[in-house]
Design a protein around this ligand. Structure first.
Ligand SMILES: [Zn+2]
Ligand SMILES: [Zn+2]
Length: 322
């Protein structure tokens, strides 16, 4: 199996890092711009580390030469290996300030984050036995470690070798998600993906209004001209503007379906709506699906199209029918 792909720019390499746990393989991008930089790392497993090492060596370099690591966001599959690479290379690690704490204090914050998740899941009406079964974070904690990192701000420019990397803050998937622009290359992390839409609402428990922020962040990318979009999973997005429209239409369709489900006038929890929308949810999809529905309901609440009482949602138009 090829571990890397040399993209059209000869000094850019995409390294596929295996991830059998969630979201499939990750892309780590290696750039030789008279210094060696890495965008995202993959999870912390021996297999992921050896794939990353093999990919770097296939591009005639060594892991030890990497001088800067840029992380698109705080998820394990994007930062998990950062501590190991930083240890052997002494590379500086960068992440947007809004995701900084969760990465730099990942180990210590585990319990706090886990409690926040459980609280959210209870509010969403997920049955306790499913919440207990999930205990996702405790299973996944092995896939990453705290790493000390430098905080980035929106529009900050970091010099990398002969070039400059621009930070574009794109909150939505997480509060501190950022894309990195280097020449015409946009490293998009999970902000835009080629074949499925990134989860909005379930993978960020410390901020609200993620869908509204996400839409605004998509428009921010729409304004950039002639860019090549390189995502955190899958292949290059060949027509970014078209993809943005597809994602916006997808979200609109989902919102319409939620309103349709509520149109019978009954009150429902977030979880009940998610079950009707997605069918019988299993494993971590219980959390992802419910979070996604909640993100839509937040928007509909803002627009005063739905109401909520005791964590049960109902259509404004159907008020008084139940
Ligand atoms: Zn992610
Ligand atoms: Zn991801």
């Amino acid at each position: 199996m090829t571990h890397y792909l040399s993209l059209s720019t000869p000094k850019l390499f995409r390294i596929r890092v295996p991830n059998p746990y969630f979201e499939k393989d990750n892309n780590a991008y290696l750039l030789d711009v008279s210094e060696l930089i890495l965008i995202d790392t993959g999870i912390d497993t021996p297999e992921a580390l050896s794939s990353l090492r093999a990919g770097v060596e296939a591009s005639d370099h060594q892991l030890e030469e990497i001088s800067k690591i840029f992380l698109t966001h705080k998820h394990l599959d994007h930062f998990g290996l950062a501590h190991r690479i930083a240890e052997v290379s002494r590379a500086k690690v960068y992440i947007h300030q809004d995701d900084h704490l969760d990465v730099e204090r990942f180990d210590e914050r585990h319990d706090t984050i886990n409690n926040l998740y459980e609280q959210k899941m209870r509010e969403w009406g997920i049955p306790q036995n499913l919440i207990d079964m999930l205990s996702m974070r405790s299973r996944l904690i092995e896939l990453g470690r705290s790493v000390s990192a430098i905080s980035l701000r929106d529009d900050e420019r970091i010099s990398v070798g002969v070039s400059e990397l621009r930070v574009i803050h794109t909150p939505g998937h997480t509060q501190g998600s950022a894309c990195f622009l280097l020449g015409d290359l946009l490293f998009a992390g999970d902000h835009m993906l080629p074949t499925y839409t990134p989860n909005i609402g379930a993978t960020e428990v410390t901020s609200n209004g993620m869908l509204r922020k996400y839409r605004a962040s998509l428009h921010k990318i729409e304004e950039l001209n002639s860019i090549r979009v390189l995502p955190g999973h899958g292949d290059e997005i060949l027509n970014p503007r078209e993809r943005i429209q597809e994602i916006l239409i997808h979200h609109k369709g989902r919102e319409d379906r939620i309103l349709e489900i509520l149109s019978d006038g009954r009150t429902r929890s977030v979880f009940e709506i998610a079950q009707e929308l997605f069918g019988n949810l299993r494993e971590h999809h219980v959390l992802l699906g419910s979070g996604e529905v909640h993100a839509h309901l937040e928007g509909l609440l803002d627009e005063k199209r739905v109401h909520v009482r005791d964590n049960l949602y109902f259509l404004v138009a159907a008020k008084g029918l139940h």
